[in-house]
Design a protein. Sequence first.
Length: 94
Amino acid sequence: MRSKSTDVAINASAINIARSLVSQALKVSVDRLNGSVCMYDFSEWDSLGQLQIVQMLEKELDVTIEDEATFVSLSNFDAIVKFVEENITTTQRT
């Protein structure tokens, strides 16, 4: 079982990784990305932006997102952080 401090560190890493990936995919400042933003909140995060986010997640986390439900669920920043947290590797946490 992980300690609370380990969970906090993993979450902080997941947030940082998610911010970096989404900001790169959408070409926006990380300052615009927080838990409450979602698809269509700003012009860069349209359907093409969503596809770019998913492609960036697949590439950087070495995962494949094949099912539509997962693709659709990644349309808000909180869900992206959770996805990163679930798929983060030990080397990516640092």
